[in-house]
Design a protein around this ligand. Structure first.
Ligand SMILES: *Cc1c(COP(=O)(O)O)cnc(C)c1O
Length: 230
């Protein structure tokens, strides 16, 4: 059942405490990890809750769902696309979102860059990397990351903020841990090699956010722990 604002608020407080505790364990400042509210499948009120709580942004999985929801949202908040994007929807994605986290091909880079140019906009992006080598997940292969990154840096209407990954579903917490550490070291390596900060590391969800923060996540994407199960 969709929660009341009070119940959402206590869940968000508890999550924030969990993130802050992980930051303390990692010796990191708690302001270095953002909570992104994932509102997919939830009503427009979920977005308003996030804004009222003071979150900067929400994450949506599908372009069309965001398009349906946005007219019903009164709150001022940023929208991030975290789900797979088909290149024929690139133009609409650039119009509706403030950042696209799921960029995993050169074709998509080309389409997003052209769409952003058409709208006179610079589009912030993350490259989604399949750091857990999960055949069930989207995301570029680790080996293709340098080539993709170089292509992204060449686009005049895109701004590359960093990397994103989704850990494979597994009963073994070590799988997610390994995935996050892989993305972190890939980021460090690429940042050095290409001389760019790649500040954002979007990794960790409701079930694995502590491991993500310990590995250097700067943004955890949380849906069910905030809004209940879909
Ligand atoms: C749904 C989703 C999330 C949130 O997952 P929860 O387990 O509900 O916290 C995070 N990231 C992506 C890419 C998602 O699709």
């Amino acid at each position: 059942m969709f929660p009341t604002y009070e119940s959402f608020k206590s869940r968000a407080d508890a999550l924030r405490e969990q993130i802050d505790a992980a930051c303390r364990r990692a010796g990191r400042d708690s302001s270095s990890v953002e909570l992104l509210a994932v509102t997919k499948t939830h009503p427009a009120a979920a977005v308003d809750y996030a804004a009222r709580y003071g979150l900067r942004a929400v994450g949506e999985n599908r372009v069309q769902e965001a398009q349906e929801k946005q007219p019903h949202c009164t709150a001022k908040i940023q929208w991030e696309l975290i789900g797979h994007l088909q290149s024929n929807k690139a133009k609409l994605a650039v119009a509706l979102f403030d950042r696209v986290q799921s960029v995993d091909s050169e074709k998509l880079l080309n389409q997003l860059d052209a769409a952003a140019a058409g709208l006179g906009k610079t589009m912030p992006i993350l490259l989604q990397i399949n750091a857990g080598r999960d055949p069930a997940k989207f995301g570029a292969d680790i080996e293709d990351a340098p080539r993709l990154l170089e292509a992204a840096l060449g686009k005049t209407h895109l701004r590359l903020d960093g990397l994103m990954t989704i850990a494979p579903l597994s009963a073994d917490p070590a799988v997610a841990e390994r995935t996050f550490l892989t993305l972190r070291s890939l980021r460090d390596e690429l940042a050095t090699r290409f001389g760019v900060p790649l500040r954002e590391l979007s990794m960790g969800m409701s079930g694995d956010l502590e491991a993500a923060v310990l590995a250097g996540s700067t943004q955890v994407r949380v849906g069910s722990a905030l809004y209940g199960h879909r």
